[in-house]
Design a protein around this ligand. Sequence first.
Ligand code: AMP
Ligand code: MG
Length: 393
Amino acid sequence: MTPWEYRQEVAALLPALPVESLPLARCRGLVLAEDVVAGVSLPPFDNSAMDGYAVRSSDVAGAPLALPVADDIPAGRVDVRPLAPGTVQRIMTGAPMPAGADAVVQVELTDGGTDTVLIEAAVAARTHVRFVGEDVTAGTVVLRAGTVLHPPQLGLAAAVGIAALPVRRPPRVLILSTGSELVAAGEPLPPGHIYESNSVLLAAAVEEIGGEATVLRFVPDDVSEFRAAITEHAASADLLVTSGGVSAGAYEVVKDALTGHGVEFVRVAIQPGGPQGRGVFDGLPVVTFPGNPVSAALSFELFLRPALLSALGHTVVDRPRVRATATAAMTSPPNRVQYRRGRHDAGTVEVVPVGGPGSHLLAAFAASNCLIEIPDGVSEVRAGDEVDLILLD
Ligand code: AMP
Ligand code: MG
């Protein structure tokens, strides 16, 4: 099966997530599900853009001149009196303009007086005034369905008085690592064991795109312990992601537990990350990744990330791709798409391969910022050849 075919199969497991209204603080990175109409204008009223003096521009045309300061208007004041001709009112940034005033003289162009003020320069009408509705008109759409909610969009929602937004809710993803050799970071490392890293990496990857990851206690290569770990949490999840136990050896716990129970195991023509499984176990969509850390990471990147983004309502689910010149030769198995890890600096035309093809080379992956895609049918890339990159950050 090609990686593109497999990617479609994983996507088919995950329907669009339901729409929920979530408080703004939980919406970052999520996709807006409905148009948002502003209930207020922005600015909501004419106000000063500067600390200074609200004036009639015609009164200060002959500046320099002194005028009486009739009142003081801090931001938030609600009982602002009209501006009597031949007077000014001291005004702060964001405070409402008094009726009759048509401009603000910034404090730097005055002597700062509080009883009378020396206005040093004339100003044109409208100077330093922010007018009602300049930015947003009440009743209009300010955010369109499909918009990804980054900080500016969330700020705008709050600015028009909206505390919660309709979004496709985060997918709840269970992550279960398998392997009798695994030990949690922070614990002593007995001989023959390794520190478990896939669940940490995968949970972070899920959360980075707006998912909610629950890391289950990893289990040894034991079918009944594996099944027990899942059933406890299955009802409250949208997806289970497992790592390890899916290749061709013995003690392949995930394969043993799920074969014939709704999950099908296949070989995808990819390196690393060939052995894969997907299906629905007991009503719960499942994807099973191989255990080598780079294989698990690439499985997420190539198959699950686009599927989750799509279920979240994103229309752009692919990372940016560019072409670059390889600085070193690489070999690749001829019948598979190989993903090498590399570094590519924006603005340059080169990519430097980092580490070899091995799927255990996690430090090399962590030192990379792109994947080098060597297509099916290509067994050799020479230094100086052009290659396709997937940019990871
Ligand atoms: P498996 O897919 O279970 O055959 O594992 C392949 C390789 O990945 C083995 O060397 C495992 O020790 C290693 N491995 C499996 N699961 C993890 C994990 N969760 N964290 C780190 N390494 C793992
Ligand atoms: Mg294993």
